[in-house]
Design a protein around this ligand. Structure first.
Ligand SMILES: [Mn+2]
Length: 231
């Protein structure tokens, strides 16, 4: 299900990735960083993964684009170009950065999707489900490591946890579910070191028992519970 060394997974015959943030290079440029467009490199990485895994379809779990509110001229050009390069039928689950996406993306756009026992949604909004496993993005989870000299570095991680029973959670069907938070596919999109402050974003992730959730590096290494990783 999880693809080794990649922030991606395969469910049935679909490749699932989250948080592409195409168009972030434009924002970085505004801050003075000149970066080439990522359209071709990201599409190639995805096409290679589709070929390697034999997946027949692609699901993007939200935040295909970056700019909010609105759409940048770069995104108007880059998003159709990116989608045309992908070698598989693509479905986009809408994220909080995906405003106006319907106007520029000629693919299926949904709020959520069910495959087997998994419920897939971006995670910035409550969506009702009766499935046992909820897969979200939105958080770009990372773990910060610190050595004795105080030098730090961060690594993207998968977070596996369980939801706690809350009244609101029960209403949406989140009680006692397994929740998986996906790492961001685009490393330029940055992230949030959840072992710094144990905080997560969005109504679904916030119903998790985050301290007892487990973190896994992209190579599959189980680095333990978040509460034991405090920096
Ligand atoms: Mn995002």
């Amino acid at each position: 299900m999880f693809i080794k060394n990649e922030p991606a997974m395969k469910i049935r015959d679909c490749l699932v990735i989250a948080d592409l943030h195409l168009g972030i290079t434009r924002e970085l440029w505004e801050y003075g960083f000149s970066m080439p467009s990522q359209v071709e490199s990201l599409a190639k990485r995805i096409n290679d993964l589709l070929a390697k895994t034999g997946a027949k379809c692609l699901i993007i779990l939200g935040d295909v684009k970056h700019k909010v509110p609105g759409v940048s001229f770069q995104e108007m050009r880059e998003i159709p170009e990116f989608l045309s390069l992908i070698n598989a039928k693509t479905t986009i689950i809408k994220g909080n950065h995906d405003t106006f996406l319907e106007k520029i993306a000629d693919v299926k756009i949904k709020k959520s999707l069910v495959i087997e026992n998994c419920f897939l949604t971006h995670g910035h909004k409550n969506v009702k489900t009766n499935k046992k496993i909820i897969v979200i993005g939105h958080n770009h989870p990372q773990i910060k490591f610190k050595d004795k000299m105080g030098a730090t570095y961060v690594q993207p991680v998968w977070v596996h946890g369980r939801s706690e029973l809350t009244t609101e959670g029960r209403r949406f069907g989140y009680g006692k579910k397994k929740i998986i938070i996906m790492p961001a596919f685009n490393e330029l999109a940055g992230g949030h070191a959840i072992n710094e402050d144990f905080s997560v974003m969005g109504p679904i992730a916030r119903k998790m028992d985050i301290k007892n959730a487990k973190a896994f590096l992209l190579d599959g290494t189980d680095i333990g519970r978040i509460k034991d990783l405090m920096v």
